[in-house]
Design a protein around this ligand. Structure first.
Ligand code: BDR
Ligand code: CA
Length: 319
C-alpha cells in the first residue's frame, strides 16, 4: 500500500485502553474514517477500558460509537488487571468525563453489522476475544473481513511470560481462533513495538507542541514511563498499539515478512506464545526437519521507531 492509498473498507478499532491504545486511537482517528470502537478487558476491566475509550474521545472532541465487548477470556477465567497502566487503566492525567454512553449494540453485534454492510477492516489492540466470539457466531464472517491489523505476539522475547505477549496471553484460545481463521492478518509484535519508545526527551518534545491534548498525553506518558522502568527496566515506554495503525497510514515506516504463525495453547512454559515459522521448508519426509505450513500472517520485522513516535505525537497535538 502506498502512502496515500488509504483503505476503502469500514474500519473498527478493537481495544483495551491503556496508554498506548489511547495514543493509537487518536493516531488512527487523525488519518482514517473510523466506523466504531469496540472494547475488551485487558489492561483493566471491561468497564474501565470502555470508560477510558469514551474519555479519550471526549478529550479529542471525537464522536465515534463505542461498543462494549468481552469482560473475560473464552476460557472464562477472570484476568486480573495489569499493573502497567495504573488503577484506572489510564493513570497519569485527569481525563474528562465521557460525554456519551456506550452504544446499545455490543462489540460482537457491531462487528457483525459492519461486516454485513460491506468489507470490514479491524485494527485490534487488545485480547482477541471479541473477534473470536464474532467468528464463532458467524463462520461466514471471514468472507466479509478484508483484513486485521493487530498488535500482539512476538517473534522473540515476551512480556507476560518469557515468550508470550500480553494481548495473546490474556486469551490464547481467542488468538488461536483468529490466527487459524484464514483472515489476512498483519501482526505487529513486541519485536518491533519495543522499538517505538517514549522516553524523557520525547515527553519534553510532546509538551513543546503545546495545547491541551499534548499536555494531557505528556502526563499520561510520564506515568507509563515510570511503570515501564519499574516493571520492565526499560528506558522508554513502548507505543505498542500504534504499530498496528502504522501499516495503514504510514506503510513506509514498517516492514513485514510472511510466516506461518500458530498460538501455543498447552505448553507448560510457553502458553500464549506466537510460534513463528519463517523457515519456508518445502520438502516433507526430511530427517529431523519438519515441513513449514503455508504462511498465514504477515509479521512485522522492522520499524522506524523515531518517525512513528513523531507521527503519533503530531496526531495527538492536532486535536
Ligand atoms: C500490549 O499489552 C498492553 O499493555 C498494551 O496496550 C499493548 O496492547 C503490549 O503487550
Ligand atoms: Ca492494548
Amino acid at each position: 500500500m502506498r502512502e496515500n492509498d488509504l483503505p476503502t473498507e469500514r474500519i473498527l478499532i478493537d481495544c483495551d485502553p491503556g496508554h498506548d491504545d489511547a495514543a493509537a486511537i487518536l493516531y488512527a482517528a487523525r488519518h482514517l474514517d473510523l466506523a466504531g470502537i469496540t472494547t475488551v478487558f485487558g489492561n483493566n476491566s471491561l468497564e474501565a477500558t470502555t470508560r477510558n475509550a469514551l474519555s479519550v474521545l471526549a478529550l479529542a472532541g471525537l464522536d465515534i460509537p463505542v461498543h462494549m465487548g468481552a469482560g473475560r477470556p473464552l476460557s472464562g477465567v477472570e484476568m486480573p488487571a495489569g499493573d502497567l497502566h495504573g488503577k484506572t487503566g489510564l493513570d497519569g492525567a485527569a481525563l474528562p468525563e465521557p460525554v456519551t454512553s456506550p452504544h446499545a449494540l455490543s462489540a460482537g453485534e457491531a462487528i457483525l453489522r459492519h461486516a454485513e454492510a460491506g468489507p470490514l477492516g479491524i485494527i485490534a489492540l487488545g485480547p482477541l476475544t471479541n473477534l473470536a466470539q464474532a467468528l464463532e457466531v458467524n463462520s461466514g464472517l471471514t468472507e466479509r473481513i478484508a483484513w486485521i491489523s493487530l498488535m500482539g505476539g512476538t517473534t522473540g522475547v515476551g512480556n507476560s511470560t518469557s515468550v508470550a505477549e500480553f494481548n495473546i496471553y490474556c486469551d490464547p484460545e481467542a488468538a488461536d481462533i483468529v490466527f487459524r481463521s484464514g483472515l489476512p492478518i498483519r501482526m505487529a509484535g513486541l519485536n518491533v513495538t519495543r522499538q517505538v519508545g517514549v522516553g524523557e526527551e520525547e515527553i519534553v518534545y510532546l509538551r513543546s507542541l503545546g495545547g491541551r491534548l499534548s499536555t494531557t498525553f505528556a502526563g499520561l506518558f510520564e506515568f507509563y514511563l515510570e511503570r515501564s522502568r519499574t516493571i520492565f527496566r526499560l528506558q522508554k515506554a513502548s507505543l505498542h498499539d500504534a504499530c498496528a495503525v502504522v501499516p495503514l497510514v504510514h506503510p513506509d515506516l514498517i516492514g513485514f515478512r510472511k510466516a506461518n504463525v500458530v498460538i501455543e495453547l498447552v505448553g507448560r512454559h510457553t502458553r500464549g506464545m506466537t510460534v513463528c515459522d519463517f523457515r519456508g521448508v518445502a520438502l516433507k519426509d526430511l530427517q529431523a526437519i519438519t515441513r513449514s505450513q503455508e504462511s498465514n500472517v504477515e509479521v512485522a520485522v522492522e520499524v522506524n521507531g523515531e518517525k512513528v513516535v513523531r507521527k503519533v505525537f503530531e496526531a495527538i497535538a492536532s486535536f
